[in-house]
Design a protein around this ligand. Sequence first.
Ligand code: AMP
Ligand code: ZN
Length: 114
Amino acid sequence: MGDCLFCKIADKKISAKLVHEDDQTLAFDDINPQAPVHTLVIPKRHVASVHELDTGDESLLGQILLSCTKVARLKGLGEAGYRLVTNIGKDGGQTVAHLHFHILGGRHMTWPPG
Ligand code: AMP
Ligand code: ZN
């Protein structure tokens, strides 16, 4: 996906504040943080959202979620808790069409979200 912002970050063509990386995933701090900790975890491979995942993607999805928990531990969020969220499509509020989980922590989150 030549014009995808997060593919460019995954290819290191656009810089980001990297937090964690493994063979299939990358974690970097959100450029417009909504909480004291706001980190995004993406698959390096272009996938538009979790809605595009299918049979065969179990390992990738598992690795993304485990990267999220690793980031939360690195950021010291385990004890107080945190929010893990992924937006899907227009009504879900997704603005970057490359699958990403938001890890939000360091303050109390309200529910329901807006
Ligand atoms: P979403 O609205 O769920 O698609 O989230 C997209 C997120 O990407 C937003 O929280 C943005 O602040 C964040 N974002 C956009 N551009 C960048 C960038 N260059 N580096 C880091 N985060 C970004
Ligand atoms: Zn992409």
